[in-house]
Write a protein that binds this ligand. Structure first.
Ligand code: SF4
Length: 122
């Protein structure tokens, strides 16, 4: 028997209600209610293995700028966000850094790199 799941798509402001039918084994049987390819791909993933972009800050060794905003390049599994943020909270980065520089590769084995979202001058 299929399991019916409803997902509100967060890929754009239209916020389509997408219905995903999963088999007992978790396989996608049917997806309806999307208006574009992004929603068709997002909704099954949200049911099977939700992922999110991680955004946070890290401490720096700069007295002029003690914290620096960072984010994941790509997404990390939703269930691992807390561990990733806790790991980043233990870090202190050293200037100089440029926007887009990687400060952690493949954080916690999720496949996502953590990058600076601003410059950190010396
Ligand atoms: S399915 Fe497409 S149109 Fe609908 S909310 Fe998602 S991205 Fe927007």
């Amino acid at each position: 028997m299929a399991n019916k799941n409803e997902v509100i798509c967060i890929q754009c402001p239209v916020a389509c209600r997408i219905e995903v039918l999963l088999s007992d084994s978790g396989a996608v049987e049917k997806v309806t209610g999307f208006q574009c390819k992004e929603g068709k791909e997002y909704a099954p993933q949200e049911c099977q293995s939700p992922r999110r972009v991680l955004t946070t800050t890290v401490r720096t060794e700069s007295s002029a700028r003690p914290v620096l905003p960072v984010r994941s390049r790509g997404t990390v599994p939703k269930g691992e966000l807390r561990d990733c943020v806790q790991m980043l909270a233990t870090m202190k980065v050293k200037p100089p850094l440029k926007m887009g520089d990687v400060i952690v590769s493949n954080i916690m084995g999720t496949g996502a790199d953590i990058i600076c979202t601003d410059d950190l001058a010396t």
